[in-house]
Write a protein that binds this ligand. Sequence first.
Ligand SMILES: [Zn+2]
Length: 168
Amino acid sequence: MRDTLVLNASFEPLSTVTLNRAVVLVLQDKAVVEQAHPELRMRGAAVDIPAPRVIRLCQYVRVPFRRRAPWSRRGVLIRDRHRCAYCGRRATTVDHVVPRSQGGQDTWLNTVASCAQDNHRKANRTPEQAAMPLLRQPFEPTPADAMLLALGQDDIDALPEWLAQPAA
Ligand SMILES: [Zn+2]
């Protein structure tokens, strides 16, 4: 799945959307193509345009900016791009690195995206105890990620529906 970067009218990166959604935004005149894939074209009944890699919104969208994103399960999945921290496959659950039963908390540094299978297998153990090393360390979201998280969170109602849907 190729994602397209969405820039605000002011050229700040806002989010990513699927290629199909990006094409729809362009066809609806809500966005213009800033950069396209050199080889790839989107062809349909009435469509033949270069596949957009970067699009820019025609209208400026105000995005609430938080320097520190509040922790959420959804946010962890977005931060980790829905990739399991233990096997790299698609993740649908959030695992506590140090389990809550051992004092682990709901924080960015103690939670990772995990597939259901690995989450179940790890159970109430640390990665060391379960012999399941992390493929990457959890981290605080960057300001750019915080913006992306803001798009998917409390302020979702303030945004146009087509922008509020994060890329799959
Ligand atoms: Zn996994």
